[in-house]
Design a protein around this ligand. Structure first.
Ligand SMILES: Cc1cc2nc3c(=O)[nH]c(=O)nc-3n(C[C@H](O)[C@H](O)[C@H](O)COP(=O)(O)O)c2cc1C
Length: 187
């Protein structure tokens, strides 16, 4: 087992029954044994809305510091994002905004696989594109593989596993690409 890569995995939804949490769990399963996985629940790093006055007065809040530390400790990132009003949910954008503050950018040079799930037909693709744009601006290296799970309310079985073999194969290929790019970047 190659343990030299550490991958941070998180979903952009706080909801316990989140389809994106389920999608992320399928990715974690695919990566198991091939990298060390740090599975993060964004609830563990709850943080206030970004406020420049708060930042100036007391720096990053505790949750933002914890999130940033988890990002910094990772060689690569896999995330699954919902789509809200055709774009990235505020919760995820807020967390990224806080983490981007301060001297060290924890996204720079890291491979990131951005996936999405939605009960609609488009599988959160507009949100995934928005997250890719944001992270490109932060000098992350976006894994170009697409994992969009539409009709997500029907896509998972009772154990949370993707029902369609084709979806699972797409996800596994994307995870393999993440490993390949992250390994190349680590040198
Ligand atoms: C404020 C809000 C806006 C939403 N807008 C969209 C949207 O633009 N496109 C979409 O496919 N689903 C949209 N949805 C539905 C979400 O895809 C759905 O709630 C999904 O279950 C959220 O992801 P999760 O299951 O990981 O929590 C929206 C949901 C909320 C709460």
């Amino acid at each position: 087992m190659a343990t030299s890569l550490r991958i941070l995995a998180f979903a952009g939804s706080l909801r316990a029954g989140s389809y994106n949490r389920k999608l992320l769990a399928n990715a974690v399963e695919s990566l198991r044994g091939k990298a060390e996985i740090d599975l993060l629940d964004l609830r563990e790093v709850a943080m206030p809305l970004y406020d420049g006055d708060l930042e100036q007065a007391s720096g990053l809040p505790e949750g933002a510091r914890a999130f940033k530390a988890r990002l910094a400790a990772a060689d690569a990132i896999v995330l699954a994002t919902p789509e809200y009003n055709t774009t990235v949910p505020g919760t995820l954008k807020n967390a990224i905004d806080w983490a981007s503050r301060g001297p060290d950018n924890p996204f720079r040079g890291k491979a990131v696989l951005v996936m999405g799930a939605s009960p609609g037909s488009f599988g959160a693709v507009r949100s995934v594109m928005a997250v890719r744009q944001i992270l490109t601006g932060l000098f992350a290296v976006i894994v170009p593989a697409a994992v969009q799970i539409g009709k997500a309310d029907q896509a998972f079985d009772e154990a949370g596993r993707l029902r369609e073999a084709r979806s699972l194969a797409t996800l596994e290929k994307a995870c393999a690409e993440l490993l390949r790019i992250a390994t190349a970047l680590k040198g």
